[in-house]
Design a protein around this ligand. Structure first.
Ligand code: SF4
Ligand code: NI
Ligand code: NI
Length: 708
């Protein structure tokens, strides 16, 4: 059979199966049976993004079948063949959606996770734009050699890629002891080949969430996935026609397919690589994914993929901090002549001097010096210690400052890991990531109890305190420069964050100090200064210079921004915001929901549904994405009356911001314990009940002017 014949045969087979599946399901449950994937505002994502059609019932699926059928036009033409591949994608989504229509959780009994919810995709936004996750690999089929398959997965893992497993590759990876899970960046999807659609669904929703793609704009969709979603497919073992036609679908989305058997090659799109030791190299080259290599002299692996690795109690060799001992860490700026570059010292016992489990106090002092270094950058560098230490295989790091908690696994110890290796890692990473400000770096590690205690008092605490005071004094009024952040433009081309001391980036990861340091580290990079000139409205936060900067940076798509308003020219969102705020006119206020909250809010929508109201760099008055930290600012929707408008938040979020929010409310309105006046899910979620609660506690929103 020719490649064309194979693809058409596969598309027809998939379509036939979809038709049968729908017919059977309708017979069983009727046409009105609800069809939806869990935790998404874009159901069913592939069909919705490609056609603009929302599918709600089994009956609707019959229309979708018609669409799939119309995409199969059997001619010897590459474009038509790729369309047939898209038809297979639609058929696969239909088949998978029926599984969810018939069962609450069809993936309950297998290791695969099936459908990937919206919040997970949003959480991947930042690591993808920063290149922390440099690419997405989809592995499908069954490898002749499970060892080689495992080596490929581990190689991707060590390079930070996100790997999705479909089919037998799941069992093969598990048998080879590959660590699976989102936090390990290896995600089993499902055994059926149709489950691969759940990966496609991630890519198309990225276009909807971050790219502000209009549902139905198929050409725009394919352009987006091709240009901005760095995915590719590796197939293992023989390919049947359905897999081949699914492969054509992947190619249509711009994802090259690399097979380990002979296939008719299409340059840049369909390739054979029979030498599985070269699969990774060929794949990365074909998709043009570049990996930053870090060579650090330690006996264990070092990669971002190990960030989420947990070390259980029985696997612990040594532990610092938490209940058993003190552990703190500090980055301090010194003058260049005070530092001997690459000096690493240990004062006190190492972990091989007593029997395990070893419990020791720990103080880590990282000294840095450089012409462009500023004291303001100390906390920016220090926050990265958590990541650098976590990237070490077999090491777990939690917390920061004097609540650090570190575990070293037995495995890492046996491979030869010792305390000085922390020094090697921190030394290398300070130079690697902060090279423009760090000319010299030394690391001093203390495990001697009296030393750890003495330095905590004399060195660490005063430094922490000084920084806290500096942070508290940092208000928008106290500076004359804001920063733009354009990092997310690789996914949301029109989005611009304006980062101010009180309003950090909506992802929560870029504070004003971070932005300032980023500018210093990479002068032409993602963060650029904006001078706070041309004040138009102080309460709403409008400056003509800010407008100009946003207009330029968004290529003219947004020309006015009110930094402190959610109704008038609010700041745009990309998609990776920590929280979403939306107005509730009936209650004269707003709800704020954080990404982790899964249930429905008083506006009748979940976080994901609320989030889908905005994003992609578009201004949507009434809805705004923002970071957690912004909530307690006096600038938070100051144009509409400020924090007194907040009527509902999930309990966890309330507790997180409570102290700071109470302080702000006291200063603004002279109200004590304002956070207690805000409703949460343990009190009420129905809007009537929420209003009832608000009037009982005398919530200030009820006395304010109508919000709109
Ligand atoms: Fe993206 Fe804004 Fe965060 Fe920058 S500050 S990474 S643009 S969300
Ligand atoms: Ni780790
Ligand atoms: Ni973003």
């Amino acid at each position: 059979m020719s490649l064309f014949d194979l693809i058409y045969a596969g598309s027809n087979a998939a379509w036939g199966l979809a038709e049968q599946t729908v017919a059977d399901a309708i017979q069983q449950k009727g046409k009105d049976q609800k069809v939806a994937f869990p935790s998404t505002a874009y159901s069913l994502p592939v069909i919705y993004s490609a056609t603009g059609m929302k599918i709600n019932t089994l009956g609707d699926l019959e229309t979708a079948l018609g669409v799939a059928k119309s995409l199969i036009v059997e001619e010897e033409d590459l474009g038509k063949a790729l369309n047939a591949g898209l038809s297979t994608a639609v058929s696969a989504e239909i088949i998978e959606s029926v599984k969810y229509a018939l069962q609450e959780d069809p993936y309950e009994d297998e290791p695969g996770i099936g459908f990937v919810p919206d919040p997970v995709i949003r959480s991947l936004g930042v690591p993808l734009v920063t290149g922390d996750i440099p690419g997405i690999a989809v592995l499908l089929g069954e490898s002749e050699s499970p060892e080689e398959l495992a080596a490929i997965v581990k190689d991707y893992q060590s390079k930070g890629l996100l790997t999705f497993l479909v089919g037998k590759t799941i069992d093969q990876a598990m048998e080879q002891d590959v660590k699976l899970g989102l936090e390990m960046r290896v995600i089993p999807i499902g055994y059926d080949v149709t489950s691969v659609i759940h990966v496609v669904s991630v890519a198309v929703r990225a276009a909807l969430i971050f790219g502000a793609l209009k549902p139905g704009d198929l050409a725009g969709l394919l352009e987006y996935t091709k240009q901005r979603v760095p995915a590719f497919v590796n197939t293992f073992g023989p390919l049947n026609e359905v897999v081949v036609s699914a492969g054509a679908g992947a190619i249509a989305l711009g994802f090259p397919v690399i097979a380990d058997i002979d296939v008719p090659e299409v340059p840049g799109a369909l390739l054979t690589q029979k030498d599985r030791s070269l699969t990774v190299k060929t794949s990365l080259e074909t998709r043009e994914i570049k990996i930053k290599v870090k060579e650090i002299d330690i006996p264990v692996a070092f990669a971002a993929a190990f960030e989420g690795e947990r070390i259980r109690k029985d696997a612990v060799y040594a532990e610092f901090g938490s209940k058993r001992s003190k552990a703190w860490e500090l980055v301090v700026m010194k003058t260049p002549d005070e530092i001997e570059d690459h000096q690493i010292t240990l004062t006190g016992p190492d972990i091989d001097e007593t029997d395990p489990p070893v419990y020791l106090p720990l103080g880590i002092v990282v000294e840095v010096a450089g012409k462009n270094m500023e004291e303001d950058f100390e906390p920016v560098l220090e926050r990265r210690l958590h990541y650098f230490i976590n990237y070490i295989e077999g090491i777990m790091h939690i917390g920061q400052r004097n609540i650090a908690w570190i575990r070293i696994s037995k495995d890492a110890f046996e491979k030869g890991f010792r305390l000085k290796h922390f020094g090697e890692v921190l030394y290398a990473m300070m130079h690697e990531e902060f090279g423009t400000v760090v000319d010299k770096c030394a690391v001093h590690i203390y495990t001697d109890l009296s030393k750890v205690e003495e330095l905590e008092e004399s060195l660490a605490f005063p430094r922490y305190r000084k920084r806290d005071e500096r942070l508290a004094s940092l208000t928008d009024e106290s500076v004359d420069t804001f920063y733009t952040c354009l990092l997310c433009q690789s996914f949301a081309p029109a989005h611009v964050c304006v980062v101010t001391p009180e309003r950090l980036g909506l992802c929560g990861a870029v504070s004003w100090l971070d932005a300032k340091a980023t500018k210093e580290l990479d002068p032409t990079g993602a963060c650029q200064p904006v001078s706070k000139e041309g004040l138009e409205d102080e309460t709403k936060g409008i400056w003509s210079e800010v407008n100009k900067a946003v207009d330029t940076a968004s290529q003219g798509s947004v020309s006015r921004v009110s930094l402190y308003s959610i109704l008038e020219d609010p700041m745009t969102s990309c998609g990776c915001f920590e929280c979403i705020c939306g107005i509730v006119p009936e209650a004269n206020g707003v709800v704020i929901v954080n990404r982790e909250f899964g249930a429905t809010t008083p506006v009748g929508m979940t976080f994901g549904e609320l989030a889908s109201m905005t994003g992609g760099g578009v201004q949507t008055p009434g809805f705004m994405g923002h970071g957690r930290h912004f909530i307690a600012s006096k600038k938070f929707m100051a144009a509409e009356g400020g924090i007194g408008r907040i009527i509902w938040m999930p309990k966890e979020l309330k507790d997180d911001v409570r102290d700071r929010l109470n302080k702000t409310a006291k200063e603004l309105y002279d109200i004590d314990n304002f956070t207690d006046m805000i409703c949460d899910e343990t009190i009420a979620t129905d809007v009537e009940d929420v209003i009832q609660f608000l009037s009982e506690v005398g919530h200030p929103a009820l006395d304010q002017d109508p919000i709109m």
